[in-house]
Design a protein around this ligand. Structure first.
Ligand SMILES: [Zn+2]
Length: 269
């Protein structure tokens, strides 16, 4: 594996100030108290169980945030991309003050009517004027609650981090895949036609060579196919000491080694 050094550099050394700001904002977000209302629980035991579970969410989120921080290849923009499909929203905003007395926050946008700084004017929502005082950029974390905020917000941050880590490891650390030819038997199951994989450059090359290879020199390697052998496919696989597995299984195994089964089964599945 080529995983050495990918978690070596600290975020501060990379100069990615967006990432530094996002991580600080996410840490503050998960650090807020869950605000459990005892009245919602039938008894002290169920209240305490819920409370413990939310504390576990906090520990999982902290562990994953720490890993994201030390992964020099994960940028601030990668973290924003990792919020796709998430209830967590990460935005760069400024706090504004208008002459009319209105105070408001607005996302920082660059647009076609941008001023000299390249930033679109955040017009006052009350009087429509140009605001007079603006704060520095800051990161705002928004969360859209599904069922119940206290049991969701910390796990949502953990999941966002897991998405970023999944993408990062998939792109930086996976070995080269190999390819199996598979045929579909009469029960509709795919069965490997070759015991050892073909080492094509990529799936496209494997596909291009498939028909010819089956007809020619590798035909002898196949056992006699069942009826319905006509339909074949190419399957990508990764070599491990335990055999050839799919890319998803390779990544899941990686994260079990990295974080243990508790975190892996929750956030990397
Ligand atoms: Zn105003």
């Amino acid at each position: 594996m080529q995983t050495q050094n990918i978690f070596a550099a600290s975020t501060h050394e990379t100069g990615d100030t967006l990432k530094v700001s996002i991580l600080a904002a996410l840490r503050k977000f998960i650090g807020q108290r869950p605000g459990l209302d005892f009245a919602n629980y039938g008894d002290a035991a169920s209240y305490r169980a819920e409370s413990r579970s939310i504390t576990q969410d906090l520990n999982h989120a902290k562990t994953l945030l720490r890993k994201v921080e030390t992964a020099s290849g994960i940028s601030g923009l990668n973290l924003i991309e990792a919020t796709r499909g998430s209830r967590v929203k990460i935005e760069t905003v400024r706090d504004w003050e208008c002459n009319c007395g209105a105070k408001y926050s607005a996302p920082v946008k660059t647009g076609t009517t941008a001023n000299l700084s390249g930033e679109a004017t955040a017009w006052c929502p009350r009087c429509k004027a140009r605001p007079v005082m603006g704060s520095a950029h800051r990161i705002r974390i928004d969360y859209t609650t599904g069922q119940y905020f206290p049991t969701e917000y910390r796990a949502a941050v953990a999941r966002l981090c897991a998405n970023a880590l999944w993408d990062y490891i998939r792109e930086s650390s996976m070995p080269s895949p190999v390819y199996f030819v598979e045929w579909q038997n009469e029960r509709g199951e795919y069965v490997r036609a070759n015991r050892e994989p073909f080492k094509y450059q990529d799936a496209a090359e494997a596909q291009a060579n498939l028909t010819r290879r089956i007809k020619e020199q590798e035909k002898a390697a196949f056992t006699t196919p069942p009826h319905g052998y006509g339909f074949t496919t190419i399957r990508e696989a990764y070599k491990t000491p335990k055999g050839y597995i799919s890319g998803g299984d390779w990544l899941r195994a990686y994260f079990v080694r990295e974080f243990g089964r508790g975190i892996a089964s929750r956030f990397f599945n």
